[in-house]
Design a binder for this molecule. Sequence first.
Ligand code: GLA
Length: 701
Amino acid sequence: MKSARTGRRLLGALLIFAASLLPSARSLQSVAQTPPTQLPGHNALLIGTDWYPEQWPEERWETELRMIEEAHLNVARLAEFAWSKMEPAEGSFQFDWLERAVRLAEKHHIAVVLGTPTGGPPAWLTQKYPETLRVDENGRTAVHGNRAHGSVTSLKYRELCHRIAGEMAKRFGHDPNVVGWQIDNEYGYALMSHNDEARRQFQEWLKAKYKMLDVLNEHWTTSYWSQTYDNWDEIPIPVGENNPGLMLEWQRFVTYAWTSYQQNQIDAIRAHADARQFITGNFMGYGFDPFDHFVITKPLTFVAWDDYVGTGHLDPDTNGIHHDAMRGLKRENFWVIETQPGFVNWAPVNNSLNKGEVRAMAWHDVGHGADEVSYWQWRSALNGQEEIHGTLVGPDGRPVPLLEEVATTAKEFSDLEGAFRGTRVVSDVALLQDYESRWAINWQKHTEKYDQVAILKSYYHALRKMAQSIDIVCPDVSLEQYKLVVAPDLYLIPKERAEHLTEYVRNGGHLVLGPRSGLKDEFNALLTIREPGYLTEPLGAQVEQYYALEKAIPASGTLGSGEVSVWAEFLKATAPDAEVLLRYGKSNGWLDGQPAVVTRKYGRGRITYIGGVLGDGLVGAASEWMAKTSGIRTAFGAVPDGIEVNRRVGPSGSVFVLINFGSESKTVELPREMQSLLDRHALKQVELPQYGVAVLADQKK
Ligand code: GLA
């Protein structure tokens, strides 16, 4: 007979199990409101293209727009490189042509997004005001004829950008067919000017932050190599290697410069535009990191990004990381405001995506939280640097073969949009990413083999199989909705961040730290506590020493056996209840037999430290252990290899998007009967060929 205690324990376990199946309070609350990416009065899923009327005779416009409409595309982005047409001479604004284009688009049911043209200032402007041109780190001034040649720190340039954005907003800020704005274009790849004006602004920015030079000297330990500064104007813009404190502040200044450049145009637009019009920027995915995207995207209505595969084919994990990281910037749905119509012109090999892959990619975008997908571009200009980029229409004005696939996808988007209204991606697992930690490690890698993106990807790949959904978020946001939070290399853990993470653990979360965690503070200076710094106390363990590895070494323990490569840390348990899950095998003598992975229950949760870069087998085993310990379950159930599962949750249930990225046809058993939205059938099983897509409505939330 079971004792009363066992019965109570069983009941407790059942309650925990039941609770683990429910979305958390935060996720329920967030699904209640419509995402800002879904525009009132428009389809919840939009699909479009970039159209540049300024490159074509006006007689042709209507033909192009009719073709766009016939392809079921319903959004067009216009004007982001049309400054010389909108302001052909200083102060003379010509918007009538653009107005006619917007009206014609409206006639063909195509909503317009206007780009501010500041990624390409006209020749008259840079000729008259040479100080607006960017100067590179070798002192060379940009030449007219390429783009991103404006200087983000030039006050004159900002004045002229403010004026053109404001004039556009005066004319189009109440236009019923203009749904929103994109500021600039890819923010000039975050390139900075290295001239006196920029340097002076950097020094002023430092002065406002540190107030006293002594404070700066102390935090940067400038007594090292006689770096001491006696005057603010002695501080250089770092070029190449420099003091790590100075380098981190310069990178923060880069973020500040582009954020205030963006704000200057937001202010110009908001002064005249309806609140209904959104403002966004087109970002470049997870890999592009010269500024802190968490900071720059804060004032925007939502995040939009440009999703290009370049050479090769769509890797669902790589592209999934991009999407999930872009979604994580504001923890909200996003737009793919540019994507490749088959192929690009700038990759080492500009191969085309295969037949069916462009459609699969569009659904992959939606599965990860995109509410718009837009093809760059409709038709290429007859001259200019990008003449042979992929398009939907050839130079002769007739469809290229891909247009049919895009039109089919667009029709599917229109037919199924209702099912996605109010839906979002909901995850139990988060990966933490921190731009500042990323920069700081990359400046002092210690081993050229240390690849933060590859490490993040190894966890993403293993954990996504188990959870079928992952958020990639900033370490400082509220983490309470997650059962498991993995920080592959959170190098900078200042006290406040450590307290925030400890609180998450205390309240029941499972925090997993990777190697190099908590070595440094917010000034990029070493902490005087061993790694993971302020988190050694909850962990009940610390790092005794780190080693860059010449070759892989063995490791084994309760997690199984496998290899550690690139980096290994020798851990020491300091609390009696810290449990060792993995030890190094024979190696350099220092590491032999020492703990590699330690875990400890703390408060109502758990904290784990993984001291090495684990090989794929061990990442898999560790992820399985993490998922099990943290109560993570697949959202859909098991699927065959090659099938990617995505789920969006809305007020009336879930929509699953299943895509076959494998090369062979696969049969997927559904966990229960669902409604296939693409062919309107109730199903218990679905057959998916390569690039096949199933969109399944599930009543269950
Ligand atoms: C970028 C730009 C576009 C165009 C495409 C080509 O994303 O924003 O203007 O140059 O690349 O792939």
